[in-house]
Design a protein around this ligand. Structure first.
Ligand SMILES: [Mn+2]
Length: 365
């Protein structure tokens, strides 16, 4: 699995006239080597793959990384250790990840790497590979999505008026972990009433009340991969405005999902949902992009937005998450994870969404 990824990375290096590539960006290091620690550096040449870790991670790195030569360093800075390996391997030109290396690290590298070795700024070399998921990656995201779906079903049975947003978020997290998630993909959002009008609201100590909307946005992380799902429910009987807006968001989401296919642009898919919402008078209430790519990172690259350059291809995993947010009233978002296949969209998250779920009724059923 990592051998195939290293092969692809080397092809990309050759296309850019690089005979070495340095990554200190952990999502990329994990992708290329399987190392899941919090810091390390991977130096890839056309023949060698060296993973440098500090002593905290020596044992773990040797266990996790069968396709890399693991070395540990102590008593020197990580930049000095990286420079020593580069000087030993003597490439002509090393690609440095411009989006992830700080100016001070770059300056220190330039000082300690032999002046005959070129350091070139590169962007997206590994991210472009990560955008097309292999079978193993899709299996992890599928497993994460299954856990999130099962957690949602369990949470619905637990939620009732009187518990706080923070307690609702904790219930989500508890069920995710209990069902086998390694951890949450990100800080769970549980936002009720007017707080739900903030797309990325923080859970508060406010207690859930009958008649309120409750927006739950959460995800599981499994084997280093994330899923991301949002459902909006109502505590008790929904009113007509809640039902009206829910239907618009749902319809916008279903239309966008249906349009997903290889060759379509991220912008096109975004506009299908956006135009539908605008035509119903809520254009100003959908401020964010329709979705992002999903993988080792929760925001694993741009996907569906008004500015996206992405052309969809089989193996992309994207979220589709339109929302309508009205200040002082509340917000409704519905989010699912979608795998792009030759035939179109395969939805990976399956929690019910056909109707605005009445939590109290679901509870009594
Ligand atoms: Mn999302």
């Amino acid at each position: 699995m990592h051998q195939a990824r290293l092969r692809k990375a080397r092809q990309q290096m050759q296309k850019r006239s690089l005979d070495a590539f340095l990554s200190m960006h952990m999502p990329n290091v994990f992708y290329l080597s399987g190392f899941s620690g919090s810091s390390g550096a991977l130096i890839l040449t056309l023949e060698k793959c060296v993973l440098l870790v500090d002593p905290r991670y020596s044992i773990q790195a040797r266990e996790e990384c069968k396709d890399a030569e693991v070395r540990d360093f102590r008593g020197v800075s990580s930049v000095k250790a990286v420079s020593d390996v580069i000087n030993e391997l003597r490439p002509r030109r090393v690609g440095i990840e411009a989006d992830h290396v700080s100016l001070s690290i770059y300056r220190n590298l330039r000082r300690s790497v032999d002046s005959s070795i070129g350091l070139s700024s590169v962007s997206g070399l590994i991210e472009n590979l990560r955008s097309v998921k292999d079978e193993h990656e899709v299996a992890q995201i599928r497993a994460a999505a299954k856990i999130a779906d099962d957690a949602f079903a369990a949470v619905i049975a637990d939620i009732k008026p009187g518990i706080t947003e923070k307690e609702a978020a904790l219930l989500v997290d508890w069920h995710l972990r209990k069902l086998g998630a390694d951890r949450e993909a990100f800080d769970t959002i549980a936002a009720a009433g007017t707080n739900s009008s903030c797309p990325h609201a923080k859970p508060t100590d406010a207690k859930l009340k009958t008649g309120q909307l409750l927006k739950l946005d959460f995800g599981a992380r499994v084997g280093g991969y994330n899923c991301d799902i949002t459902r909006t429910v109502v505590i008790g009987e929904p009113d007509s405005k809640q039902l009206e807006i829910y239907q618009i968001v749902l319809e916008a989401q279903l239309k966008a999902i249906e349009a997903i296919a290889p060759g379509k642009s991220g912008r096109e898919i975004d506009s299908i949902a956006r135009d539908y919402i605008a035509a119903r008078g809520y254009g100003d209430n959908f401020g964010h992009g329709l979705g992002h790519q999903l993988g080792i990172e929760v925001h694993d690259g741009p996907a569906l937005s008004t500015t996206s350059e992405l052309i969809l291809e089989p193996g992309n995993v994207v979220t589709v998450e339109p929302g309508i947010y009205i200040e002082g009233w509340g917000g409704i978002r519905i989010e699912d994870d979608v795998l792009v296949t030759e035939r179109g969209a395969e939805v990976l998250t399956h929690s019910p969404k056909k109707d605005l779920i009445n939590v109290l009724r679901a509870h009594s059923e």
